[in-house]
Design a protein around this ligand. Structure first.
Ligand SMILES: [Zn+2]
Length: 300
């Protein structure tokens, strides 16, 4: 589960949310009503489970659940859902709750009318953050299992990780996206348009830019995760890469040299589904031509 969802659930259970009913009870605002439906009283149980809007959200979520059958307090209902769901799906429950909360806040603080499309948008965002957190764990495991991708002297545990991806859709323009993580927290992410005339050149250009960002952040030790196996093998191999796509040769050769000079840079292959956020950012860089740098969740 994403750390901030876990923290949020703790606040739900401990009555730590600034809900209309809570505020009315404490400072007598005179309006305890639900900001989403204006019908019920906005306490945690109503907002997250009983509200008509929330009920529909639960049915639209990854594990459809009929919350109108829940009968306990918010804490009891959460405990019941946890007991009725396999542990690997707990994050899905947390994410639905989180997304409902985001819709409610958009209504309360920005006056945006709640829609289920908006709910699904928030849900997708937090699901991808969860996947990123899981990919970080998997990446760590893969490095342990898949050490043949690097030479033995590069066997180091790095302080930081960088997920990087390139995007190419034909022509001369590509895009790059990266996410840099240190000590389990997001340090920086970014997207930018790049010059690229082949998929591998887009990947290599993205890696080159990501290395530049890592250096500019003062990180000396980093594992770079890319879903391009060709690229990871080319920059990790002992011999200079000579038989790669000539369009990407320049970038790859530079990265290969840089990798030889810095033993604390490790290049690791991951699957595409473990690189979702960098991929999204790369497409943003390519299609929108956006140059983005950010330091906080949500990423987009
Ligand atoms: Zn309501």
């Amino acid at each position: 589960m994403a750390p901030r969802v876990r923290l949020f659930l703790w606040r739900v259970v401990h009555d730590g949310l600034p809900l209309a009913a809570t505020l009315d009870r404490r400072i007598n605002t005179g309006s305890p009503y639900c900001s989403v439906c204006s019908q019920g009283v906005e306490d945690p149980n109503h907002l997250l489970f009983m509200c008509d809007f929330a009920r529909r959200c639960w049915l639209l979520g990854p594990i459809p659940i009929r919350t109108d059958r829940l009968t306990g307090s918010v804490k009891e209902n959460l405990e019941y859902l946890a007991s009725a769901t396999p542990e690997e799906d707990w994050s899905s429950i947390g994410n639905v709750i989180w997304a409902i909360w985001r819709v409610r806040n958009a209504r309360t603080y920005q006056g945006i009318a709640p829609t289920h499309e908006q709910f699904l948008g928030f849900l997708t965002g937090i699901q991808e953050e969860t996947r990123l957190a899981q990919a970080m764990d998997k990446g760590r495991k893969m490095r342990e299992e898949n050490s043949n991708l690097r030479d033995a002297q590069q066997e180091v545990t790095t302080d930081s990780s960088c997920y990087v991806d390139g995007s190419w859709g034909g022509g001369w323009m590509g895009g790059m996206g990266y996410v840099i993580i240190k000590g389990g927290t997001l340090l920086q992410y970014g997207a930018a348009p790049t010059n690229a005339s082949s998929p591998l050149q887009a990947e290599a250009g993205a890696l080159k830019e990501a290395v530049k960002q890592v250096v500019s952040l003062g990180l000396h030790s980093c594992t770079f995760f890319s879903d391009s196996l060709t690229l990871v093998q080319a920059v990790s191999q002992y011999q200079p890469p000579i038989d790669v796509d000539w369009k990407a040769y320049g970038e790859i050769h530079q990265m290969w040299l840089a990798a030889k000079r810095n033993r604390e840079w490790v290049f690791c292959h991951i699957n595409r589904d473990q690189n979702v956020i960098a991929d999204k950012l790369a497409k943003l860089g390519r299609i929108e031509g956006d140059r983005i740098v950010g330091h906080r969740y949500p990423i987009y």
